[in-house]
Design a protein around this ligand. Structure first.
Ligand code: BGC
Length: 740
């Protein structure tokens, strides 16, 4: 009897476990997905395909299947918003660490830091109970007017690919999904819901898609966000070419496609063309007992079509599978931890990444680094303005943000404390004003930036103070207000706003020891460049921006950031602006990418009349590096083999420093036009004074290929190639020729 009941117990438990395979964390995900799917009704399957609030989608309560919580993204965890509104909910425990915006991350050219970034961000997401981070963004920098460039990783598909993969891996290691956005061709904000991109297959595959492909195939991204714009006349959120043909069929994506908020437009296309999860379809959600969500394209209209036989259960199951897979990877991932917010580790990571992102553009007469015993005058609104505020959906509510002025004051105060004879000092003058603060989504830190002085008075007060100072540090740039690096609007001109050019000229005339710090996510015109000895590019660097900037200005950190995009002299020098309104921002909802594959340095290399202010990959150091002659392991490369290029790099200065050694490849003769050279590898190395390291690059066939639109394939044509070693796209240190 006893034995029988034991047997019964064993059989019953086994039956229960197998009965609830989808709940068994040990079971393979695909088995869990199939098991869950088999238990769900049609209604339940449809329900998990669309939002139930601004940022959440439901699970299946009856079966204990959890829903999903999304959050922006991409450089910090967005504050909690109301169930049905964009405005914040007013929680008191949702203040985050702001990490540097992604142009800053890209400017580190440090893949280890990209991993660290993703890992830290994921921990904050976990703590806040979020399953999917809406980011990173990898839209290519086509025009410096794009209001969202600061959320992306620059102009080069290879650099963006290298940086996005570790970000995704670091993040997803927490059991939090990346949602790589905005797929694809969302390279401007003007008319973002309405423009249709006309682009060659070559430019699509060579320039605009590689970073997404890398995120999917190498990073293993669990979700991807469709963009607002159209391509081939179909909205990107339900676009057969982008989602079915390329993402699923060519790249083998097994994650979920999420719409951008309000990016879905009709049920037929959404059902047929690969959208899995619909969010933000315009509704206030509250006027009819939340029934608005039932009206989403992938809600009742889909269900009705299924009942009528217009859509198939196969179509439904495919989507439900993709969403269930995302659920089991994230919200029902039993391996994940609890996360943490604003930990010491997060602060340190934010500071390190920010400091390593800062690019020293110019440093004549070694004005930098500054001495902490100097009398420093800081001028400019960006020295005091919170830069985590504004910019659109990536705006954050931070636990703290160290402003540049604060960072500089702390640095000098600390030195004065430690060294009693140190007599450094800091004064501040506003110099210009951008007008009253704009409050977005009810995030108001009570920051008082009101100014009563006239423009003229501000300028003359700053100039008077400049005459008294040992050194002037001007901190200006753009500021995340609409048209100044902000979602849903592009910049209206390439120049600095608010009279900053005149102010810089006047300050430079008053004091020749002037450092200009440009805070922005975009290149800007610098008509005063020759009159200013030192220029620094800082980004929207988050919570630690002021400390990081001070670390670089005073030499505690030797700058090693490199530009992730080309700084042209004039707007007209950007290829997107060569073709009138058709090229940008479009005519009758059509934008033509006539610049084709010649984006950024690819254009500057080709057009001899265009000389960038600062080339792609440029960045100085407080030390100097010398390159030896590159050596190749062989002069001939077999079709499926490789050659190795070695180059010695020596630190010839007096400080430890980091150099980014860049490898470009040039195809000497090709059946289709090719860029003069293209970045195919890079290594960031640290060298002690006097130290030499040998950098090794293995060159393989795939690094020689271009996309042949007729064959719809990547091909490398036999012939001669140059392997070019540079410190930037404009600073070539050596080359070697080999033959494929
Ligand atoms: C933006 C996305 C963002 C979403 C949710 C959209 O307007 O384009 O980048 O993730 O809103 O806030």
């Amino acid at each position: 009897m006893k034995r029988l009941s034991l047997l019964l117990f064993v059989v019953m438990s086994a039956a229960m476990i197998s009965a609830q395979l989808y709940l068994n964390p040990q079971a393979p995900i695909e088995d869990r997905v199939e098991d869950a799917l088999a238990r769900m009704t049609r209604q339940e399957k449809v329900a998990i395909l669309h939002a139930q609030s601004k940022f959440s989608s439901p699970g299946v309560a009856r079966l204990g299947i959890r829903g999903l919580w999304m959050t922006d993204g991409p450089h910090g965890i967005r504050p909690e918003v109301m169930w049905d509104e964009w405005n914040q909910a007013g929680w008191t425990n949702d203040s985050c660490t702001a990490f540097p915006a992604l142009t800053g991350l890209a400017a580190t050219w440090n893949t280890d830091l990209a991993f660290l970034y993703g890992k830290m961000l994921g921990e904050e997401a976990l703590y806040r109970g979020k399953d999917v981070v809406l980011g990173p963004g990898v839209n290519i920098y086509r025009t410096p007017l794009n209001g969202r460039n600061f959320e992306y990783m620059g102009e080069d598909p290879y650099l963006a690919s290298q940086m996005v993969v570790p970000y995704v891996q670091g993040l997803q290691g927490n059991g939090v999904a990346a949602c790589v956005k905005h797929y694809a061709l969302n390279n401007q904000e003007v008319n973002r819901h309405g423009y249709n991109v006309n682009v060659s297959d070559r430019a699509l595959y060579e320039i605009y898609l590689p970073a997404y492909k890398a995120a999917v195939q190498q990073g293993g991204a669990w979700s991807i966000m469709g963009s607002y714009n159209l391509y081939k006349g179909e909205h990107a959120c339900h676009n057969k070419y982008l989602l079915r043909d390329i993402l699923r069929d060519e790249w083998g994506f097994d994650g979920a496609v999420v719409s951008d908020w309000g990016g879905a437009h009709n049920t037929d296309e959404a059902v047929a063309n690969g959208l899995d999860l619909e969010f933000g379809t315009w509704t206030n959600g509250t006027t009819s007992n939340n029934k608005e969500y039932d009206n989403y394209f992938l809600a009742d209209p889909f269900l009705a079509g299924l009942q009528e036989g217009k859509y198939t259960d196969e179509q439904l199951n495919e989507k439900a599978r993709n969403v269930l897979r995302l659920i089991f990877r994230t919200s029902m991932n039993s391996q994940k931890g609890f996360g943490s917010m604003v930990s010491a580790e997060h602060r340190l990571a934010a500071r390190r990444i920010a400091a390593e992102s800062i690019v020293l553009l110019k440093n004549e007469g070694a004005l930098l680094p500054l001495s902490t015993s100097a009398k420093v005058l800081v001028v400019g609104e960006n020295a005091i303005k919170m830069m985590t505020v504004g910019g659109g959906s990536s705006q954050l509510k931070v636990k703290y943000e160290v402003s540049p002025l604060q960072g500089i004051e702390d640095k000098i105060a600390n030195a004065n404390k430690i060294l009693p004879d140190n007599k450094g000092g800091v004064k501040y003058e506003r110099g210009y004003t951008s007008g009253p603060n704009i409050i977005q989504d009810a995030i108001d830190f009570g920051e008082k930036l009101d100014e009563t002085r006239s423009e003229q008075q501000l300028l003359s007060d700053a100039v008077t103070a400049a005459k008294e100072a040992d050194v002037v540090v001007f901190i200006g740039g753009l500021n995340k207000k609409p048209h100044q690096d902000c979602e849903d609007s592009d910049r209206e001109s390439y120049g600095l706003p608010y009279g900053q050019d005149q102010l810089i000229e006047a300050l430079a005339a008053a004091n020749k020891n002037i450092v200009v710090v440009n805070v922005s996510g975009n290149a800007v015109a610098m008509p005063w460049l020759r009159k200013v000895p030192a220029v620094v590019q800082a980004w929207y660097n988050g919570s630690e921006s002021g400390n990081a900037l001070a670390d670089v200005l005073f030499g505690d950190v030797n700058p090693s950031g490199r530009l992730p995009f080309t700084f042209m002299q004039r707007l007209e020098d950007y290829p997107a602006h060569q073709y009138g309104a058709e090229g940008y921002p479009g005519v009758d909802n059509q934008v033509y990418y006539k610049d084709d594959i010649f984006v950024g340095y690819r254009y500057a290399d080709k057009e001899k009349k265009v000389t960038p202010l600062f080339p792609f990959g440029h960045g100085l150091s407080y030390t100097t590096f010398e390159y030896g002659k590159p050596q190749l392991s062989a002069k001939n490369m077999p079709a499926n083999g490789s050659v190795t290029l070695r180059v010695d790099v020596t630190n010839t200065g007096l400080r430890v420093g980091r150099e980014v050694v860049q490898l470009y490849i040039a195809d000497k003769k090709s059946s289709l036009p090719r860029p003069v050279k293209e970045l195919k590898a890079f290594q960031k190395i640290q060298l002690q004074p006097g130290e030499t390291k040998t950098v090794e690059f293995v060159i393989t066939n795939s690094m020689l290929q271009f996309f042949d639109p007729d064959k719809h394939a990547w091909v490398a044509e036999p012939g001669e190639f140059d392997a070019i070693v540079g410190a930037s796209a404009g600073d070539i240190r050596g080359k070697q020729t080999f033959r494929l």
